[in-house]
Design a protein around this ligand. Structure first.
Ligand SMILES: NC(=O)c1ccc[n+]([C@@H]2O[C@H](COP(=O)([O-])OP(=O)(O)OC[C@H]3O[C@@H](n4cnc5c(N)ncnc54)[C@H](O)[C@@H]3O)[C@@H](O)[C@H]2O)c1
Length: 391
């Protein structure tokens, strides 16, 4: 590629500044051309380090700039549909963070516009691109059906600062859409029904049946412990089985065609202690556990877990995390963020079809999230049909 692809980025909050902006800054093919955030102080802070050509507090400026080749957006999700529709009206490809929309009405409108104008939209279901997922996929592809899966994804949401209170809303929509997509991607069959129960808000079990008779149960909770690795998959693959821990280790039993144990390196971050990258490659789950427990102690002893609105507690946490600090613990394993964005941008510029999840995939996950919430409210399973998420 002779010239770099000029990206217009909307949002430079916690996730965007650590993931997509760092991916762009490291890439040989991508350049951070335009950066927007409504919070001027935040915008200046991030810009002073990553030095975009242009900045603005108005996201529409970025969409309308003729020199921007591709848009990347991730702010508070309620704004995503307007940004994506505006991008499509300008015929600009866009990579948007999950959730693309909070309802199927907006999701289907975006699907229609993207098809009508033949302009690609990628949704940030990065787990598809995680090295661990690509590795597990080989065993899923060769396994006879049905497959049975248990997936745990748990957080402690006391860690969220007040500016991120929006992340404490329904995690089915905000977080579990990732897992609905990952299960679809691994099983390669459509979901046909959902049954869910909730012990208390955001503390749930969700069971999904797929069209090939496979079943998956997700344990989703915001009431977990930071000290425990966040995600785990267990799969029964017809006289064989597999366990995956937090995107750093996969163990295989029986004829999966994979080695008994495989560990994966972590992801590195600017201005951080990146010793976890090699530690995960060498020791997988055990190294992740050590990292989690260190991080948990820092958040506990600093007072953040007691009161995340206390700025003094965050200062204490900074000191306890070291200099340079260890990165935010949920980002330490490689969940495919960088590869997902690079794949989209490079394919789009070459006028090829990107392998990323698109609007239909997003709508499938929104349909699952809505069905799970309905099931919790009614106590009954909810039947799904492909017409729920396709135009
Ligand atoms: N793929 C993943 O693994 C992953 C992980 C975390 C977050 N996310 C997604 O990334 C997105 C951003 O998350 P975050 O952690 O950066 O959130 P955040 O709350 O830290 O930051 C949000 C930013 O958006 C800005 N903003 C809000 N409304 C705006 C508007 N109208 N115009 C311009 N800027 C506006 C805020 O000023 C803030 O800087 C969300 O959609 C979230 O779901 C994805």
């Amino acid at each position: 590629m002779s010239e770099k692809i000029r990206l217009g980025v909307i949002g430079c909050g916690q996730f965007m500044s650590r993931q997509h902006i760092q991916t762009i800054a490291r890439s040989e093919n991508l350049s951070l051309y335009y950066l927007a955030d409504q919070d001027r102080q935040r915008l200046e802070q991030v810009s002073s380090f990553y030095k975009p050509n242009k900045t603005t507090t108005q996201w529409r400026d970025v969409v309308e700039d003729p020199d921007v080749d591709i848009l990347v957006a991730g702010i508070v999700p309620k704004f995503h549909p307007d940004i994506v529709k505006a991008a499509l009206e300008k015929r600009k490809p866009i990579y948007v963070e999950k959730p693309l929309s909070e309802n199927l009405f907006d999701g289907k409108a975006i699907q229609e516009l993207s098809d009508q104008y033949d302009v690609p939209v990628a949704v940030g279901f990065n787990r598809r691109f995680a090295p661990v997922t690509q590795y597990m996929k080989k065993a899923f592809q060769s396994a006879d059906r049905p497959i049975t899966i248990f997936y745990r994804i748990c957080d402690d949401d006391r860690i969220r600062p007040p500016s991120q209170n929006w992340k404490k809303q329904d995690r089915l929509l905000i977080e579990i859409v990732h897992i609905f997509d990952l299960l679809y991607y691994l099983i390669q069959a459509e979901p046909v029904s959902v049954y869910a129960v909730e012990s208390r808000f955001n503390d749930a079990l969700i069971t999904i049946k797929f069209s090939d008779n496979s079943n998956a149960t997700i344990l989703s909770s915001s009431w977990g412990s930071l000290a425990q690795p966040k995600e785990r998959l267990e799969a029964i693959l017809d006289r064989a089985s597999m366990e995956m821990d937090d995107f750093v280790e996969v163990r295989s039993y029986g004829k999966t065609g994979l080695s008994a144990k495989q560990c994966f390196p972590g992801r590195a971050y600017d201005r951080c202690d990146n010793s976890h990258v090699e530690a995960f490659a060498a020791d997988g789950w055990a190294a992740m556990l050590k990292m989690r427990q260190f991080y948990y102690r820092a958040m506990q002893e600093s007072g953040v877990l007691e009161d995340s609105s206390n700025m003094r507690a965050w200062e204490n946490a900074k000191e306890l995390l070291g200099a340079p600090p260890v990165p935010q613990v949920n980002y330490t394993s490689d969940k495919g963020w960088g590869i997902a964005l690079e794949e989209f941008c490079e394919r789009v510029i070459e006028k090829e079809k990107p392998a990323n999840a698109g609007p239909v995939d997003s709508n499938r996950t929104i349909a699952c999230a809505i069905a799970a919430r309905n099931s919790i409210e009614t106590g009954k399973p909810v039947v799904l049909s492909q017409s729920d998420w396709t135009v």
